[in-house]
Design a protein around this ligand. Structure first.
Ligand code: AMP
Ligand code: TRP
Length: 333
């Protein structure tokens, strides 16, 4: 049976290799399986949980749409739309925020990381962010949610909210309980400057990540400067465990080439980083360059992107507003 897929990406700029290997590459695979219904959402309402410059937000929305398409998501097959263009998301999020418990949200590690030391100054939206994410997913009777490992806890919260709603209102199976689809092996790509921190859009140093819009020379330069250690490349995966930077670079190679990690280790065992890095740059350029060229081309065709987003909006709105209507009836509105 086909899967009902929903996932979201924040339009916060600098889409990078972590987003691609952890999430978008998987979106493309799911989009290509004939029997699936896929919805990919540009979650601008999530983006504004931290301050955004409105002009840049608009550009980043286009860039995210262009990245989806350039990576291989076919807008004729999958729905691509902008979260804020379908008002049911905000409305359902409010209702679900009356179902979710403070105690559940207090456990969310992403909030703790993003709010930092001064929690009092974080927006309320940043705190209730996972409830909006639950609304996104539940409005579409989603069966599977492809995400990177960092979103696993939010998915569990979404399942808890769905279950509590179904119990509280005695509506068995009204909300479908979604399954996460998290790649087992390379679900967390780390920074090129620090193998213990995840690759992130918001990291100040651009050298910490490969952006999907980077050109050939930028990729070569970033891989050349990527942090390593002084040892040669290891012979076994156990030897790799205490070497986070080496492990990250070898995992990236593995993931891009679809060769498992042990075979990658065998291939480069005993070699110097410089030789491995040349190989890594090459495979990265082969994969990323066509995408980055296509993104740049699509960004010159804003009216084409507008058309895709508008057609996606219409299709998403139909599904979401019907589900919202049922939610409202259940609530007694
Ligand atoms: P975001 O940019 O936070 O909206 O994330 C979009 C998608 O990329 C989500 O599914 C994340 O889990 C995934 N993602 C973000 N950063 C990484 C990373 N460093 N490694 C793997 N997946 C990631
Ligand atoms: N919180 C996700 C992230 O930052 C983005 C997101 C929003 C999402 N709504 C979603 C992912 C629904 C999957 C399903 O990566």
């Amino acid at each position: 049976m086909g899967k009902k897929i929903f996932s979201g990406v924040q339009p916060t700029g600098n889409l990078h290799l972590g987003n691609y290997l952890g999430a978008i590459k998987n979106f493309v695979k799911l989009n290509n399986e004939d029997q699936n219904d896929c919805i990919f959402c540009i979650v601008d309402l999530h983006a504004i949980t931290v301050a955004q410059d409105p002009k840049k937000l608009k550009d980043n929305i286009y860039e995210t749409a262009a990245t989806f398409i350039a990576s291989g998501i076919d807008p004729k097959k999958s729905i691509i739309f902008n979260q804020s263009s379908v008002s049911a998301h905000s409305e359902a999020a409010w209702i679900l925020s009356c179902v979710a418990r403070m105690g559940w949200l207090n456990r969310m590690t992403q909030f703790k990381e993003k709010a930092g030391k001064d929690k009092e100054k974080a927006s309320i939206g940043l705190y209730s962010y996972p409830v909006l994410m639950a609304a996104d997913i539940l409005l579409y009777d989603t069966s599977h949610v492809p995400v990177g490992d960092d979103q696993k806890q939010h998915l569990e919260l979404c399942r808890d909210i769905a279950q509590k709603f179904n119990n509280d209102f005695n509506v068995d199976d009204f909300f479908k309980i979604p399954e996460p689809l998290i790649q087992k092996k390379f679900s967390r790509i780390m920074s090129l400057r620090d193998g213990t921190k995840k690759m992130s859009k918001s990291e100040l140093s651009d050298l910490s990540r490969i952006n999907l819009t980077d050109d050939k020379d930028q990729i070569i330069n970033k891989i050349k400067k990527a942090k390593t250690d002084i040892l040669q490349l290891p012979a076994t995966s156990a030897d790799l465990e205490k070497r986070p930077e080496a492990k990250n670079l070898m995992s990236i190679y593995s993931s891009i080439t679809d060769v498992n990690l042990d075979d990658t280790i065998n291939k480069f065992s005993g070699k110097n980083f410089s030789e491995f890095k040349e190989n890594l740059s090459e495979v990265l350029i082969d994969e990323i360059n066509p995408i980055s060229n296509e993104i740049k081309k699509l960004l010159k065709e804003k009216s084409f992107l507008d058309q895709i987003l508008d057609s996606g909006r219409q299709k998403a709105d139909k599904i979401a507003s019907e589900k919202l209507k049922k939610i409202q009836e259940i609530m007694g509105f």
